[in-house]
Design a protein around this ligand. Structure first.
Ligand code: GLA
Length: 663
């Protein structure tokens, strides 16, 4: 069941390799250390544009040829990156107009990266030329196993407000709406008398003392994502003339989307992610699992995806750059593998001595080979080789889906809202955490995903939803699933217009409720339900029209009125959670939701012990990751791959360690 296009035999292991920062002697040491660690894939060239195209149209291939050959001779595969994330200094000096402009009209200065406007035709020409030159030179090289377009598109140039972007935005709007009447109607421009009489009057949401129309803002997000996707496509089609290897780009899927990753993923043969743990996140282990469950939810057929970048220890861009504790690197990497990654790749191979990211950890740290980090890197390499047989398998089918949509995120984040300090990811993550704590596997999927296989579908803050997606969610309940809709779902349609007649408009009928007024709670305000569950942030004045009340308010302004409801429909049920439950309430509710369904933990284990199963044609593997400080004993039979020992019914997973059992 090996994935045909997978770039390596077994799992991929390696990272960004930037030899241009080092003299030749270090290159030889690099490949020797890579072999020691078992590295089989490196991302090459990702920031080397200015060193390959040394002046407009003048190329220096010598060093690049040499490193490609050196890697090839040592059996190390190459993920060849087009270097368009970092335009050369000569290009920016020649064409300063391609630097992006922010909402207040400031043009970015040269010296950073991703400093280009996605709508600049000049930049596009230069980017296509370097991609073409690379493709022509290395497209058939046997060491090149895959292609990597640019780097984290949108990270730095996600939104550009320059005149060129404004013109491109107008063309995008003309294509979308056809005419101004349609646009005026969709955006509701009668408000403040903003009706446009000429496309030329439309501007990106540039700096303004008053709020912009939310519909304009939402379309600008969509446009910006589409422009970057167009850029990806343009480079991809140039490369495709030279190679039949997979061409992808690295996404940044964690808890907020710069571009529309679920929609982008449909274009990628291998979906790849960059994930960095946020040191200050009190739930960082769960966040890692959440991002992985999102990746699986957008990967083709839920198949293998690529962990393209993570860190061996500290990053360089957080307020405090927390180092990873001993063994944390192994746990983090193997959680990614457990949750469907067939790769553990890092930024970067060797820690830089100079440059913006000189204090970012790497596979070879400043301290060199004799270090905690390099020892763990070598150990990880050996673990991945022992796990080679899992490559191409998939994670066991989850019975629970938590829905996530980037457009709903954008719509909730942009414009004036009843409660402004809300982050779209809070509720999906709160729900996910309740399942994660119980080792119940969840797929985090877009609302257009096939919901047929799920027994439980959670719809948290799906602020924007189309009629079609709302109908499919309702159909899941009819078919027999338990559907749980959370507050602030189904409020607006894809034009960002409020669905009238009572909230949550798109789901009112399914849920048998109607909510006539939002009662957002003030910061620090808390009320209680008659079940004892605490509520923060959100409440609403709810009436049940065709549903039973599961819980009501015990105090506060809505005392006595319903907060949580349930309606039986078809073979399933539809619950509405109109209140912002604290974690304990979500957990208690979850117990009720899964009662009598087939939803169960992969294996019962103590909190902090993560258990995930991957399934192949001939075998299945149980990954057990002990994040805790106590050894954990589990009932399992099979063969443990990391220690290469049989397991006869009883498995002890020492504190902080990982075990993988072929069942
Ligand atoms: C991103 C980039 C890398 C590097 C890391 C640092 O993932 O792609 O080039 O900057 O962040 O964490």
């Amino acid at each position: 069941m090996t994935h045909g296009a997978w770039p390596t035999e077994g799992l991929s292991f390696g990272g960004d390799y930037n030899p241009e920062q080092w003299p030749r002697e270090i290159w030889r040491e690099d490949v020797a250390l890579m072999r020691e660690a078992g590295v089989n894939l490196v991302t090459l060239g990702v920031f080397s544009w200015g060193l390959v195209e040394i002046d407009d149209g003048r190329f220096d291939w010598e060093w690049f040829d040499e490193i490609v050959e050196l890697l090839h001779e040592n059996g190390i595969g190459i993920d060849l990156a087009t270097p368009t994330a970092a335009p050369p200094s000569w290009l920016l000096a020649k064409h300063p107009e391609l630097l992006p402009v922010d909402a207040d009209g400031h043009r970015q200065a040269p010296g950073g990266r991703l400093g280009w406007c996605p709508s600049s035709p000049v930049f596009r020409r230069y980017a296509e030329r370097i991609a073409d030159a690379l493709g022509e030179r290395y497209g058939k090289h046997p060491a090149v196993r895959m292609w990597h377009v640019s780097n984290e598109l949108g990270g730095g140039n996600g939104r550009c407000y320059c005149d060129e972007s404004a013109a491109a935005f107008r063309s995008w709007l003309e294509r979308k709406y056809g005419g101004l009447d349609e646009l005026n109607a969709a955006w509701g421009t009668s408000f403040w008398g903003h009706r446009y009489t000429d496309f030329e009057q439309i501007m990106p949401p540039r700096g303004s003392t008053a709020a912009h129309s939310p519909a304009l803002q939402l379309d600008f997000e969509r446009f910006s994502s589409d422009e970057l996707l167009e850029h990806f496509r343009a480079e991809r089609s140039v490369l495709a003339r030279h190679t039949d290897r997979p061409i992808t780009t690295n996404l940044m899927v964690n808890t907020g989307d710069v571009v529309d990753y679920p929609r982008w993923a449909r274009e990628l043969p291998i979906v790849a992610n960059d994930h960095y743990v946020i040191g200050a996140d009190p739930h960082r282990e769960q966040e890692l699992a959440f991002a992985d469950d999102r990746m699986r939810g957008i990967a083709r057929d839920r198949g293998p995806w690529m962990m393209m970048e993570h860190s061996t220890s500290a990053v360089a861009w957080q307020p405090v750059n927390r180092a990873k504790a001993p063994r944390e690197l192994l746990r983090n990497s193997l959680v990614h593998v457990a949750r469907g990654a067939d790769a553990a790749m890092f930024f970067q191979w060797r820690a830089s001595a100079a440059g913006a990211e000189q204090f970012h950890s790497a596979m070879v740290p400043h301290a060199g080979r004799d270090s905690k980090v390099f020892r763990e890197v070598v150990e990880l390499g050996s673990a991945l080789r022992r796990l080679a047989e899992v490559q191409g398998s998939t994670v066991e089918r989850a019975k629970v889906a938590v829905l996530w949509d980037t457009e709903a995120d954008w719509a909730l984040r942009r414009g004036l809202k009843p409660r402004r300090s809300m982050s779209y990811s809070d509720e999906p993550r709160r729900w996910h955490r309740a399942f994660w704590r119980r080792n119940i596997l969840v797929d985090v999927v877009p609302p257009w995903a096939d919901l047929d296989a799920y027994d439980l579908v959670v719809v948290p803050t799906l602020f924007l939803v189309s009629d079609e997606d709302a109908a499919r969610i309702a159909a899941a309940a009819e078919r027999g699933a338990t559907v749980v809709v959370g507050y602030l779902s189904g409020i607006v349609d894809p034009d960002d217009r409020v669905r009238l007649g009572g909230y949550p408009g798109a789901f009112r009928e399914l849920l048998g409720v109607s909510s006539e007024e939002f009662f957002p709670l003030m910061t620090d305000e808390q009320v209680e339900l008659d079940t004892g569950w605490r509520v923060r942030e959100w409440s609403e004045l709810l009436t049940t029209t065709d549903a039973e009340v599961v819980a009501g308010y015990a105090n506060g302004p809505l005392s006595g009125s319903p907060a949580i409801s349930r309606r039986h429909t078809g073979n399933g049920s539809a619950w509405y959670v109109s209140a912002g439950l604290e974690e304990d309430g979500v957990a208690a509710l979850l117990d009720r939701l899964i009662e009598g369904t087939g939803v169960a933990p992969v294996l019962p284990a103590a909190e902090g012990v993560e258990v995930v199963r991957r399934v192949g044609d001939a075998a299945s593997w149980l990954f057990v990751v002990n994040h805790g400080s106590e050894d954990e004993e589990l009932t399992v039979t099979g063969h443990e791959l990391l220690t290469d020992e049989p397991v006869d019914g009883r498995l002890v997973v020492p504190a902080g360690e990982v075990r993988v059992i072929r069942e």
